[in-house]
Design a protein. Sequence first.
Length: 167
Amino acid sequence: MPIATDQARLIAGYLLDQFEQEMQTTKAVLAAAPAGKEDYSPDSRSMPALALAWHIASADKWFLDSILAGKFETGDSSGVPAEIRTCADAAAWYEANLPASIAALRAAPAETFSRLIDFFGQMQAPGVDFLALALKHSIHHRGQLSAYLRPMGGKVPGIYGPSGDSA
């Protein structure tokens, strides 16, 4: 659905504020996974904890950078980089790399958010729609990882209020 450029910019500002707020919680969930449990998964069809943590961190940056570029391209599918050995490493990478992508989007021209972007031939939507999708994608996978934490021997940080582990 087409959207006016000024409307797209307004919505994008709101979504970027939300992304920054959610980023703090996402970082806390990533960092809460205990070291030594990187291979944990609740089911053989589920991603192992480290792969899921990296997926969250790298996909958040990929979405934001793709919106800025005005195109989605297949990212590096070689798996978790060698330097990311723990979920805490993924959290540190996330904290070091996401702010620049958010800042670049905040500084981008308003047309960045109203222009149509193709998503691998599956859908075309304005950049602001993909910003909303990025936020949903991140929160969805963060919820998955948070469900891994207790079985891994970790503690679930407060997400939208205190958790049973933060009391």
